[in-house]
Ligand binder design. Structure first.
Ligand code: HEM
Length: 360
């Protein structure tokens, strides 16, 4: 198979996109002001509610073919990781009433090699992933329109959101039944899956050394597991409760797979809502993420990870530069809004240099 070679020309920069990014940051900051008033402290303006705070290891597979032996995955090596599981809204919603896509943020430590300019001198590489193979907006401009509508929903009472969720979950189930999935409906109508049975994706393209790729984390341990599926949240923090219970019993593993781009027309970089055809280029295994049994939600971890850490697509090896306008927007937004969150809470931002900094 012939894979597309990376060059700067795989991206198309819109001349007024900085203005779009600034507006996205303004809208999200507005949502942040509402939630700060509601909770008496700043929470993440997206993925506010934590379901698990974990440590583990990312092990690159031995014997990869040359096209997969790139960047972080160039050598069969093991890296310590810090993982935060969360769900999408920038609000602390009742898990029994509202079901949304979930996120997995991974900070890989001990990473040598050239980083993006703003991340030089650091030894971390972040993967900031969500459930679903594509993002619900193709471009930053479309995303701006969509979050303007969602932020309007932030002051809604939760009962109303619960109703929205039930209606759109039903519609989503119908669409799924005929093999379709609506990324937009999924925002409030995500099926009640156990977070450890989900696959998590970059959704947007990244540079993959000499190539261009999307990256996915696929569950191994809990794939189709009857122990945890179907899943009913037991209380308002039901997702966290179930993650903590699962890690008390056993650890979990995800297989990391890479889908290389073969053609920019069928696998666009500047349209994050186009699913790349897997019959043309399948997701291929490159690594394993192992999270051993542990206490998955402690006050000490909350203080360190939730308060002081910033997971950001711009925390990256140059060899894995995030690509496309959604990613370019994210690189600016996480930095601006994450730094503000930490400052407003009177905390000090930390970028770990060793896994020993993560509380046990
Ligand atoms: C233009 C599009 C997007 C914007 C502007 C955006 C913005 C943000 C912001 C501001 C935060 C909170 C940062 C903080 O306070 O630390 C955040 C968190 C997060 N976002 Fe996005 N996001 C976008 C798209 C995405 C996509 C495509 C994904 C996944 C594929 C994603 C996954 C996540 C996750 C998992 C978190 C939580 C990170 C953590 O645990 O700290 N976001 N996002």
């Amino acid at each position: 198979m012939t894979y597309l070679h990376y060059s700067a020309s795989v991206e198309t920069i819109d001349p007024d996109e900085d203005e779009t990014f600034r507006k996205i940051i303004d809208v999200m900051a507005g949502g942040g002001r509402i939630t700060r008033e509601r909770y008496g402290q700043s929470v993440r303006t997206s993925h506010a509610k934590t379901h698990g705070l974990l440590k583990g290891e990312l092990r690159v597979l031995d014997g990869l073919p040359p096209e997969l032996r790139q960047g972080l995955f160039a050598e069969p090596k093991a890296y310590p990781v810090i993982v935060r599981l969360a769900h999408v809204p920038g609000e602390l919603l009742d898990d029994r009433r509202v079901s949304t896509p979930r996120g997995m943020a991974i900070k890989v430590l001990g990473v040598e090699g050239p980083k993006l300019p703003a991340h030089q001198g650091q030894v971390t590489h972040d993967f900031v992933l969500d459930t679903g193979k594509v993002f619900n907006a193709p471009t930053a401009k479309v995303f701006l329109g969509a979050i303007t509508a969602t932020e309007v929903a932030t002051p809604m009472p939760e009962g109303v959101k619960g109703a929205v969720s039930m209606a759109s979950r039903a519609t989503n189930a119908v669409l799924n039944a005929v093999g379709l999935n609506s990324a937009n409906l999924d925002f409030y109508g995500h099926p009640f899956n156990h977070p450890l049975t989900e696959s998590y994706f970059t959704q947007c393209a990244v540079r993959y050394g000499d190539y261009v790729a999307k990256i996915g984390f696929f569950p191994v341990t809990y794939a189709g597991d009857a122990l945890v599926q179907p899943f009913e949240p037991k209380d308002e923090n039901g997702l966290r409760t179930t993650v903590v219970e699962a890690f008390r019993v056993r650890g979990t593993e995800f297989e990391v797979r890479v889908q290389l781009c073969t053609d920019l027309d069928r696998m666009p970089v500047e349209n994050a809502s186009t699913e790349w055809p897997e019959d043309e280029s399948p997701y291929l295994p490159v690594a394993r993420l192992t999270l051993p049994p542990q206490d998955a939600f402690t006050a000490a971890r909350q203080s360190f990870v939730d308060e002081d850490l910033l997971f950001c697509p711009a925390h990256a090896l140059a060899a894995h530069r995030p690509l496309g306008s959604i990613m370019r927007a994210r690189m600016k937004a996480y930095e601006a809004l994450g730094t503000a969150r930490i400052r407003e809470n009177g905390r000090t931002r930390r970028e770990p240099r060793s896994i020993e900094e993560m509380p046990a």
